[in-house]
Design a protein around this ligand. Structure first.
Ligand code: MG
Length: 87
């Protein structure tokens, strides 16, 4: 629950903001620091969850990237934002 709450705190900085304005938010000194803190909170809770659950994060990422490569072949997915079922 804390991980979701921190993700919401990060997303709040970009709520109702388009792509160009989001990029502008990232170069505002005070805002950037706040966003960095929220990202740190998210990573801390995610790593804590992995630690408590006994999940090897590096291994989990490798497995997920391999699965993604099968689901989203480069020749079909490059430059697209569609779900694998729509490729
Ligand atoms: Mg926070």
């Amino acid at each position: 629950m804390a991980l979701a709450a921190e993700a919401a705190e990060l997303m709040e900085h970009f709520l109702w903001v388009g792509p160009e304005a989001s990029a502008a938010v990232m170069v505002k000194p005070g805002k950037r620091a706040e966003i960095e803190e929220e990202l740190a909170d998210i990573v801390i809770y995610a790593l804590e969850f992995a630690n408590v659950s006994g999940i090897d994060v590096a291994s989990a990422i490798e497995k997920k990237m391999a699965a993604n490569a099968v689901k989203y072949p480069v020749e079909k997915a490059r430059g697209r934002a569609d779900k694998y079922t729509e490729l």
